[in-house]
Design a protein around this ligand. Sequence first.
Ligand code: ZN
Ligand code: ZN
Length: 173
Amino acid sequence: MPFRPLDELDDLEDIELPKPLSLRRVCSTKACRGTARPGGRHCLACHARAVRRYRDRHAQELITRRRDATALRDEATRAADSGRAKLAMALRRGTMRRGLCHICGTADVMGIIEDPQRWRDAVWACREHRQAELERRRDAAAQRAADAKQAAWYDERTQALAAIELLPPAERA
Ligand SMILES: [Zn+2]
Ligand SMILES: [Zn+2]
């Protein structure tokens, strides 16, 4: 390649050199030179501002949504919460006193409420035995569900057999 005259090389200085490879991405907010959050388009400060602005603009909507979510909490959970709250209140007021762990007799206990309506019948258990009791109840509930399923299957089968019995003999097969 022949050498180029010097004045021609000077013109080349206007050519933009490739930028050095950089993993840093700049915030998309106009005039902000902050570093974009990993996986995000904006820097931390701009993101925080955007979230705040969104919350302000949608405050009412967010309140309503939260209220709806609370309302949707299923009935059983609400009843359980209410039972627990009543028990806690009774203990605070002194109208009821904690018992001893029903297994080991320790005094450091928590109440286990079987039926929220009958929170006064709470069973007292220490941390260790509370865990054991809850596990026992979970197993018992699973067993009840399995039994109910089996009973339903048995009923269905009995009814199917009874229906077959009613058919004229020629159609039984
Ligand atoms: Zn920014
Ligand atoms: Zn115990």
